[in-house]
Design a protein. Structure first.
Length: 180
C-alpha cells in the first residue's frame, strides 16, 4: 500500500468521524456478533469450496464478508463503531488508519529473533494484510457483475486463502478469550 493511499485513508477517516460515519463506541454485543459471523462465514466459504455445485461467486462473497465481519470486530475492540452508510469503504479506510501499525507491531514481536529484517518484513506484511481487504472488496464487485466463468474458481480459491490469512492476523488483535 503506497503512502498516497494511506494519506487518503487518513483524510477520509477524519471526515467520517466528522460526518458520524464512524464513532467512538464500545459494544460488546455487536463485537461478539461480528466474531460469530466472521467464523461462520469463513467456515461456510470453506464448505462451498468443497461443494460439487462449484459456487465460486459465493466463495468470493462469503470470504469477503468473513473479512468484513472480523475487521469490524477489531474496530469495536479499538473503540470504533461504523454506521450503516458506506460501511465497506469506511471499514477499509479505518483498517488502514487504525490497524495497519498494530499488525506491524504484532508481527515485529513474532519475528523478534530477526529484528533487523523484521521491520521491513512487518511493514510490507501489515500493508499486505490490510490490502487483502481492499482487494477482496474490489473483487467482490467485479466478480458479481463482470467476470468470466473461466477464472472464477481461481479467484474463489484466492479469496478463501486471503480470508483465512486476514482472519488469523485480525484475531491476534483481539483479547485471547475472543480468538476462538
Amino acid at each position: 500500500m503506497d503512502t498516497e493511499r494511506k494519506k487518503e485513508a487518513q483524510q477520509n477517516f477524519a471526515q467520517y468521524v466528522r460526518d458520524g460515519l464512524i464513532k467512538k463506541e464500545r459494544n460488546e454485543t455487536a463485537k461478539a456478533m461480528y466474531l460469530r459471523n466472521a467464523d461462520m462465514s469463513l467456515h461456510l466459504a470453506e464448505e462451498c469450496a468443497h461443494s460439487s455445485l462449484k459456487p465460486h461467486l459465493w466463495i468470493v462473497v462469503i470470504s469477503y464478508y468473513s473479512m468484513f465481519y472480523i475487521a469490524n470486530a477489531v474496530l469495536l475492540e479499538l473503540g470504533y463503531k461504523t454506521s450503516s452508510k458506506v460501511v465497506h469503504k469506511v471499514t477499509n479506510d479505518a483498517l488502514i488508519v487504525l490497524v495497519t501499525d498494530k499488525i506491524k507491531k504484532g508481527l515485529l514481536e513474532e519475528y523478534e529473533t530477526a529484528k533487523k529484517d523484521a521491520l521491513e518484513i512487518a511493514s510490507i506484511k501489515s500493508d499486505e494484510i490490510i490490502g487483502l481487504y481492499t482487494l477482496e472488496l474490489d473483487k467482490r464487485s467485479r466478480f458479481q457483475y463482470d467476470m468470466a466463468e473461466s477464472i472464477r474458481e481461481q479467484k474463489a480459491n484466492t479469496s478463501l486463502k486471503r480470508a483465512k490469512e486476514f482472519m488469523l492476523e485480525m484475531k491476534k488483535l483481539l483479547p485471547v478469550g475472543m480468538r476462538v
